[in-house]
Design a binder for this molecule. Sequence first.
Ligand SMILES: Cc1ncc(COP(=O)(O)O)c(C=O)c1O
Length: 430
Amino acid sequence: MHAIAKELNAQLEGTVVMDLLSDFGKRIYFPRGIISQSMEAKGKAYRLTATVGIAMKGTEPLYLPSIYRDFSGVSPSEVFPYASTAGDAKLRSVWKQEMIRKNPDLEGADISSPMVCSGLTHGICITGDMFLDPGDVILVPDMFWGNYRLIFEERRQAALTTFRFYTPEKDGMDIQALDDAIAKTPGPKAAVILNFPNNPSGYSPTEEEAEQLVQMLVSHAQKGKKLLVIMDDAYFGLFYEPGTYTQSLFAPLANIHENILAVKVDGATKEELVWGFRIGFLTFGCKGMTAPQYDALQKKAMGTLRSSISNSSRPAQSLLLKGLESKTYHQEKQAAFDLLKERYDKVKEILNAHRNDENLLPLPFNSGYFMSFACRGDAEKLRVYLLDAYGVGTIAIGSDYLRIAFSSVDLEQLEELYTLIYQAAGELWS
Ligand SMILES: Cc1ncc(COP(=O)(O)O)c(C=O)c1O
């Protein structure tokens, strides 16, 4: 093992992080090579800088006007050079302030500085690399984003194990199922990923369910289980109903127990409507961890990022930062929320009109981009039929569920969309 990795591990000794790190997580470190030598030179090299592998002309990067021409409001230095490994310092600080504003329970909490990564997928991947060895169990609700399978099962060779997401009555979240799944996880540690608002169901816990979830996790921690709890907050903020828990579960978990390492994976992708920017953030929280220990954990995350993509998109970070700092940002975000909420309300109205339909049972949803139907027949058959007979695209989740992204259909077209879906199901199954 490299000496720097040994140093980082020594710093983390005594924290739950050391119990949870994978073999890779233990070995990874952030080298004192080009990057840290360049960072050192930034502070001290007042005469000449010949460090990073980019081309300069005077004080600006050398660039092609044809490529710069269509940017506006950002200087060449904000577009062309590499971003630093952990991301733009100002952006990280603004994201953290916003995170605390949106999650008031984080006020005063000891958490790491959010590290920029290349979208949430990458943040989840980094977490998997750092904490899962082949064969390790990762608990995932049975309503889950399909890419978890590739990330955890194929890349990490972890044992992706599902627990029932909805209660059998389908009136809320089956917290007992997660409780049992954690209890059954072999060995001293357990890893779980929670995604609210959920893809594909569009469900987020109520305030009561959130409290029960936290208490349940803490009770396992108190019994000595070492818990890695990953929060995939991709659709954070899109909560449409009163009584829904409107913070990330990261907020109550970040500093609650020494045996719980909470990992928040969030990002600009859906929250700021910049799907193609590829900007996510990775933040850690654990009770009792000191600043040097967070720094050591961060260095490991930076090493993981450096060894995969080196650093994230610079122009995307610069544009995002300008947007977050714009005077009209909050107003624009509210307008986008209102537009999606209008679609949500319309979908609820349409579903209510079809409440006696026997082919499609809408699963509870209160947030996010999606809703799903439990299908009386084969969902894949319905998907293909809708596509071939009606030119309507939907997503089949296995053979049981059909997912509808109501977020991507204009309000005026929702009635037509759902009429065709009910009609097609009726033609297949009535
Ligand atoms: C639950 C969930 N997590 C993560 C992501 C990926 O986000 P990103 O595009 O930032 O990688 C998605 C995208 O569809 C998602 O639905």
